[in-house]
Design a protein around this ligand. Sequence first.
Ligand code: SAM
Length: 275
Amino acid sequence: MAALDGLPPLRDVIQRHGLDARKALGQNFLLDLNLTQKVARTAGSLDGVTVFEVGPGPGGLTRAILALGAAKVIAVERDARCLPALAEIADHYPGRLDVIEGDALKTDFAALAPQGPVKIIANLPYNVGTQLLVNWLLPAQWPPFWQSLTLMFQKEVGQRIVAQEDDNHYGRLGVLCGWRTQAQMAFDISPQAFTPPPKVTSSVVHLTPKENPIPCAVEKLEIVTQAAFGQRRKMLRQSLKPIGGEALLLRADIDPQRRAETLSVEEFCRLANCL
Ligand code: SAM
């Protein structure tokens, strides 16, 4: 990392600031310079962009983002122990890094968003990652305040995000992501790249908002997908019984004998619109 920006190697930073990883905060730090740069590059050009980063920790990914382009970074970190290490990075890049101490789940990112393009890049704490993603996908106003999301998840969650119909990983998350975004799997990162290594492989996914998603009320889409995937092995006429069953399916022009995982996003939207 020293070659990237003249700042001390991350291992030294972690040791000097006593940042022993805490499991409760989902702390698995990425110290490999090549990988942090690869994650940052996945977000595309960062010139003139404000990047929101969640959970910068000791700042490995933050440093890669700052070194790559002329981006300004607003980082939200819950662990106060990381703040002095992040302050050193802010000193090194004057005026380009603001750190907010707080819980990302309680942060109103839309309200913090400045004029101009915003991209979100994060190696997310596993325990809050999916909820944050869903929060960023739900706003009434669309396209949203962000231009792209470049996020690291457990591989299995990444597979659910990009899954389409007839895929074992397809479910509520895949429908929500497929409805409003183009979601792509970028690359995997092995557990050994992290300190300490997590139990499973991680994946970086990249999402960009669709300009014109199929018009559909998100609450209704949630009701339909919850019922359908709650009993995913059953025929839809059975699983959707509490919300209209066969009559609803026929109104939406969908064969009641099909199962949830065979329905496209467009068909789920049709069902929601017939509720
Ligand atoms: N970005 C660093 C990296 O790539 O090495 C650290 C990633 S680590 C997987 C997750 C980070 O998120 C930790 O620094 C942790 O303290 C922070 N974190 C955990 N829960 C959080 C929350 N609710 N809000 C903000 N940050 C959180």
